[in-house]
Ligand binder design. Structure first.
Ligand SMILES: Cc1cc2nc3c(=O)[nH]c(=O)nc-3n(C[C@H](O)[C@H](O)[C@H](O)COP(=O)(O)OP(=O)(O)OC[C@H]3O[C@@H](n4cnc5c(N)ncnc54)[C@H](O)[C@@H]3O)c2cc1C
Length: 414
């Protein structure tokens, strides 16, 4: 009987183990944590956005942009759904294509995958950190590196997979945190901590709207929740823009330099349903109709109080400025700042807080159909350890499932 070792009991390792075992292969899965699937357990705020119905290469970012095409076609949403149904894991497909378990519980996804794997004979070795991959390659017919990325170190994120890859002379594409909060350079940000709005964020590099070289992630502004924190911003719109921001921070140091005097910044539109004309007219007309109001009173009809105080502080306008002092010029100034508030991005909130990492093992050195290393026979890489990072919306799990499946299929065949 053929023997396979899988390093890492996360999403891609579990899927790979299951399909190897289903094909009659003896599987040992080695997991450094006391429990497998820690990232599945916390995913999607405990609900697990398990995949997406629309999976294309455009939903991913990699130096090798078409690498994931074959795997996503071989084991896309329909194939994954069929597998889930076969183990009694029913799915809830949302209108926008996001998919969750019907139970709405991430822990059920983790336990079903682990229990099913155990039922079909996968041998689990938890609390077992692999350090010597070459030894494993001598002992097993195939070794799968499914160690994930550095993101979320408290859940097991580390660079072990990259170190293993380097032992076989693989090139590593520089890694960076993605789906992560941003630190902003502003004296007023702390005052707004806790305030939340539905807004729009645009990434600017050197004060120009940024489209990354491949243009995948940043086509215009990201809309959604923006939450102000002590250090900067978080929320869905921020996570969505963070991949581009993180790449831009790597490429252009945020500190102004000759090539990029304005560094990396974001523009926040706090009221995307207004235009400048409509908003300044609104401010002016309330000022006329409510002579006893202050500018703070007028703006609190539009925005959370902490943000009102922050924006007025930033513009150096007193909150007690009374209605009769608010002329057209001031209304326009405030409206323009509300619709285009610029902040320098200092850094991201780091790997520890990131959901995923971009960069990783260079996929030009991996067979896209089998996920076998082109440098070392019988060595496979799947999941986030590779230079493939997805958008928010179930895409990262989708790639973990698809790559785990592809490696299992190749190991079973070979
Ligand atoms: C908070 C959070 C929420 C998320 N929510 C979603 C979501 O809703 N939808 C989505 O698509 N994606 C989500 N993700 C991303 C998703 O979890 C990952 O993309 C996915 O888990 C990657 O799978 P993987 O198998 O490559 O790595 P992982 O799931 O990280 O598994 C790797 C495993 O390898 C183990 N390991 C590492 N080194 C060794 C070693 N030397 N020896 C033994 N074991 C080792 C680790 O402990 C870990 O268990 C989220 C991530 C986080 C952190």
């Amino acid at each position: 009987m053929k023997k396979t070792a899988i390093i890492g009991g996360g999403a891609s390792g579990l899927l790979c183990a299951i399909f190897c075992a289903k094909n009659g292969i003896s599987v040992d899965i080695f997991e450094q944590n006391s429990k497998c699937a820690k990232k599945i357990l916390v995913s999607g705020n405990g609900r697990c956005n398990i995949t997406n119905t629309n999976l294309t290469c455009n939903d991913y970012f990699s130096q090798n942009p078409l690498f994931m095409d074959y795997a996503l076609k071989e084991f896309g949403f329909r194939e994954f759904e069929k597998f889930c149904q076969s183990i009694g894991l029913l799915l809830d497909v949302k209108e926008d294509g996001r998919v969750y378990p019907l139970s709405n519980e991430a822990k059920n996804v983790a336990s079903l995958l682990i229990n099913y794997a155990k039922n079909i004979g996968v041998n689990f070795h938890t609390d077992t950190k692999i350090t010597d991959i070459k030894k494993l390659l001598q002992e097993y017919d195939a070794v799968v590196v499914a160690t994930g990325s550095q993101a979320a170190s408290h859940l097991g994120g580390n660079e072990d997979g990259l170190a293993f890859a380097k032992e076989f002379s693989h090139n590593i594409i520089p890694t960076y945190p993605s789906l992560v909060q941003l630190h902003l350079d502003s004296k007023v940000i702390k005052k707004m901590s806790g305030a939340k709005i539905e807004g729009e964020i645009t990434l600017l590099v050197n004060n120009k709207k940024e489209l990354t070289p491949q243009g995948h992630f940043l086509q215009g502004a990201c809309k959604g929740d923006i939450l102000f924190t002590d250090y900067g911003v978080s929320g869905f719109a921020v996570l969505d823009i963070s991949q581009g921001a993180s790449v831009a921070l790597m490429e252009h140091s945020h500190a102004p330099c000759k090539k990029c005097p304005w560094g990396v910044s974001i523009s926040i539109n706090l009221l995307p349903n207004f235009n400048a004309q409509k908003l300044s007219s609104h401010i002016s007309s309330i000022a006329i109709n409510m002579p006893d109001f202050t500018i703070a009173d007028i703006l609190t009809g539009l925005l959370p109080i902490k943000i009102v105080n922050g924006i007025l502080d930033d513009l150096e306008i007193s909150t007690s400025t009374c209605s009769e002092e608010i002329g057209t010029k001031l209304s326009k100034k405030i409206a323009n700042r509300i619709l285009d508030w610029r902040f320098e991005v200092k850094e991201t909130h780091g790997f520890r807080h990131a959901e995923v990492a971009g960069g990783g093992v260079d996929t030009t050195e991996i067979n896209p159909k089998t996920f076998e290393s082109l440098k070392q026979k019988n060595l496979y890489f799947c999941g986030e350890v590779l230079d493939v990072v997805g958008k928010r919306g179930g895409y990262n799990f989708a790639f973990a499932w698809a790559s785990g499946y592809a490696a299992a299929k190749a190991i079973s065949r070979g």
